[in-house]
Design a protein around this ligand. Structure first.
Ligand code: ATP
Ligand code: MG
Length: 759
């Protein structure tokens, strides 16, 4: 092998090397966390380019986030030089947008289509449901949206959904689906699920188009294959091809870990990994067993937890990085105490030079848990960044501004148009909007055309004032449209929107401090647009053939903005140097020297919803596995005895997952304080705080210490008199929900030590 090849293969183990060098048949690399799956994928691409003579344009690689895609491109470029930049490395969604823009005409769409996110989708479904006279209480738009999304993830179209419907809900969903889809088409828009589903349709229904892509892509590589859903699975198959069109199938390489499948709620199914060899009969499977990321202690803990999941293939994952530090456990009084502990510990690590801020991550189960950490980090001046949460692009003013841009870029975009019709207020009330929309529906024309008809008096029941207001709006949009036609800079168009609509002036004049934040956000958006334009003109167009929106154009800007995801804003350890806060879901694929996994309480993590549901519980356990295996050297696990949720304090039992970690791996810095007998030392920080070795007494493990029924009256040291309104669970996990009147309703665990007396 050449010296470059040696360099590409040098720091790989034999199994990894085989995966990199394998040629021909489809290949699945299955392996536990941190075993180098992503590294294999990156190296394989570099190897294809430098050793196997592949052209960058023949390579399609799919990653789970845009950020991961950018990093993979960078890595490959580091290995083989800048020509690597013209590969298609992207998420499923970005890849599909690219294909759909090129092929829009084939599907009777125009290539400036809008991409609807979940909020747009919900708005449109609300309109549709209203038109169908559905009771919004019985059929909330959210629920309908979830059902439609699930159908699309299974590649079920509206007609099929209708045929298959067996009950009232399914029939309603199918009905909404059908007219929702029609409205999307009229709006020249696609929702997120459509991006995948319509691309599959395109490839299946148009052999000539499929052949084009088969000829082009000789290599298809997919990371995080365990999180693909049925639609994505089919898309991969269609891209690879069967050879029936005379083009040999692409070489397929997928990597994944069934134990890290955490997107079942988006239809992800480990079936795609488990059945790979059935889907691709010639397939080669390669197992990786050495973990290069974590200490053996961390790995043993992760293995112990995930081994409790039923129906999984056991893997022998090992590390030769040594045992390293023990896991640190901490039982906090409440969530503030927990955050304080995390902050103190970070301070200590940084002061002692054991870690810097950029090497530290804090994970939690749900976004709302970040607030407490933020409060304390701000107070202590600890630099941090929260990934996700209420995102910049979800803020009202940002969405409003973008809706203007979208309506300008794609005048058929009804949702955007209706969003801004009377924002800022210009005298086009709900009634006027309804008149126009009814007219549009009746005439089967787009909302934009209906507005124009309104101006010339064709829309019935519209009063002259509304008509004038609409005329003003149409004129405004036409003026702004000239700038778009002319190809003005995005930032200039945005500035013009904010000026001429007086949107910004109105906020500036307000004395609500919130509105000042809104102005700042709008200015930030202008900055984003400005940078985008500068970048677009600075970077040469890499691919001539794509038919994409021109670099730096409004279309390209909107596309970028539509596809940003939480995970794309994960800070870089080196350049940003801040502590990263994120949910466990967002942490997938990442690694940090120091990890704080917080909120290990039954009802928080595992999530409340999973407590009675074995499938959901398995998914939560996989999430625990993902969380633990992000840590390289130090892992902290913490829980709070009491946590406020929805404004009410709730006493939560320890997460059952803590119980599954071998006791000898954890150094409990603080355990649950003992209140009264009986107490029991256990592996999960329940032990007595007394210095004497506590007596082993596991009796409470089987029975709740306090037996309560609904209706019982109780008194609690802290909350006073109360009445039991619900009892859940059994044994040590039994909890009671108690109404303490003025002190609120509290959920308490019923084990020994709870200062609760039945009256
Ligand atoms: P996950 O399941 O979390 O996505 P993964 O299997 O994709 O993990 P990688 O992220 O590719 O694992 O690798 C984990 C870490 O181990 C990375 O820091 C990577 O650089 C390192 N690594 C992988 N293989 C080797 C190797 N052969 N020698 C040294 N380090 C390696
Ligand atoms: Mg990976």
């Amino acid at each position: 092998p050449s010296s470059r090849s040696a360099r590409l293969l040098d720091d790989l183990n034999p199994a990894q090397r085989r995966a990199v060098e394998h040629a021909g048949s489809p290949m699945l690399v299955v392996a536990g966390a941190g075993s180098g799956k992503t590294r294999v994928l990156t190296r394989r691409i570099a190897h294809l380019l430098s050793e196997r003579g592949a052209h960058p344009g023949e390579i399609m690689a799919i990653t789970f986030t845009n950020k991961a895609a950018a990093e993979m491109k960078e890595r490959v470029a580091d290995l083989v030089g800048p020509r690597a930049r013209s590969m298609w490395v992207s998420t499923f969604h970005s890849m599909c947008v690219r294909v759909m823009r090129r092929e829009a005409k084939v599907l009777g769409m125009s290539s400036n289509f809008s991409i609807y996110d979940s909020d747009d989708t919900r708005r449109l479904i609300t309109l549709v449901a209203r038109d169908l006279d559905l009771d919004p209480k019985r059929y909330p738009a959210r629920t309908l949206a979830i059902h439609i999304s699930n159908l699309k993830n299974e590649l079920v179209d509206a007609a099929t959904a209708k045929d298959r419907a067996t009950n009232d809900l399914e029939r309603r969903v199918a009905e909404v689906y059908e007219s929702y889809q029609r409205r999307l088409t009229e709006s020249n828009s696609l929702d997120f699920d459509d991006l995948i589903m319509r691309t599959v349709e395109l490839l299946q229904d148009h052999p000539d188009v499929a052949e084009h892509y088969h000829r082009r892509f000789k290599h298809v590589l997919v990371d995080e294959y365990q999180d693909t859903n049925h639609a994505q699975y089919t898309l991969v198959r269609e891209l690879v091809g069967t050879g029936s069109d005379g083009v040999p199938p692409a070489e397929l390489c997928v990597v994944g870990d069934a134990d890290q499948s955490i997107y079942a709620f988006r239809g992800a199914t480990i079936r795609n990994i488990v059945e790979f060899e059935r889907d691709y009969p010639q397939a080669t499977t390669i197992l990786l067993e050495q973990n290069y990321r974590s200490t053996q202690t961390i790995l043993t803990a992760a293995n112990a937890v995930i081994s409790r999941n039923p129906d999984r293939r056991d893997k022998r994952l090992w590390s030769d990085l040594g045992d390293g530090e023990k896991i640190v456990g901490y039982v906090a009084d409440n969530e503030h105490d927990e955050a304080q502990f995390v902050a103190n510990e970070i301070d200590r690590l940084v002061d002692s030079g054991e870690a810097n801020n950029g090497e530290i991550a804090v994970f939690y189960r749900t976004n709302n848990q970040s607030r407490v950490f933020e409060e304390i980090f701000i107070r202590l001046g600890l630099p941090y960044k929260v990934v996700g949460g209420v995102r910049f692009y979800e803020r009202r003013e940002v969405r409003d501004a973008l809706a203007y841009l979208r309506a300008l870029s794609n005048p058929d975009d009804t949702v955007s148009l209706r969003r801004i019709l009377n924002v800022p207020k210009r005298g086009i009330g709900d009634r006027a909007e309804a008149c126009v929309s009814t007219y549009a529906e009746r005439e089967r024309i787009g909302f934009a055309q209906a507005l124009r008809d309104a101006v010339v008096g064709r829309v019935p029941m519209l009063n002259p004032r509304s008509r004038n207001a609409i005329a003003g709006f149409v004129e405004l949009m036409d003026e702004l449209g000239v700038m778009v036609e002319r190809g003005d800079d995005v930032a200039d168009i945005l500035e013009a929107v904010l000026e001429r609509t007086a949107y910004r002036a109105e906020l500036e004049a307000s004395d609500d401090p919130q509105d000042h934040t809104r102005v700042e956000n709008l200015n930030e958006l202008v900055t984003v647009a400005r940078e985008f334009t500068d970048l677009g003109t600075a970077v040469p167009v890499p691919d001539e053939d794509e038919g994409l929106p021109a670099e730096g154009s409004l279309g390209a800007f909107l596309e970028r903005v539509s596809l940003v995801a939480d995970a794309d804003s994960v800070p870089d350890a080196e350049s940003d140097g801040v502590v990263t806060l994120m949910t466990l879901h967002t942490a997938k694929g990442l690694e940090y020297p120091v990890v704080f996994c917080t909120g290990w309480e039954d009802g928080v993590f595992p999530h409340m919803r999973a407590l009675g549901d074995p499938a959901e519980l398995s998914e939560e356990r996989r999430l625990a596995y993902v969380g633990i295996t992000r840590a390289q050297q130090r892992l902290y696990l913490s829980r709070a005895l009491v946590r406020s949720a929805w404004g009410q304090p709730s006493a939560n039992p320890a997460s059952r997952f803590l119980d599954e970690i071998p006791a000898e791996l954890v150094d409990w810095r603080r355990v649950e304080p003992r209140r009264s007998a009986p107490s029991a030392p256990t592996s999960w920080g329940h032990s007595s705080s007394s210095p004497r070795p506590a007596p082993v007494n596991n009796q409470w493990k089987d029975t709740p210490a306090i037996k309560l029924d609904v209706g019982d009256r109780v008194t609690h040291d802290k909350y006073g008199l109360g009445r039991v309104v619900a009892v859940d669970g059994s044994g040590p996990r039994a909890t009671a929900t108690i109404d303490f009147g003025g002190s609120g309703t509290v959920r308490l665990m019923l084990i020994g030590g709870v200062p609760l007396v039945k009256l």
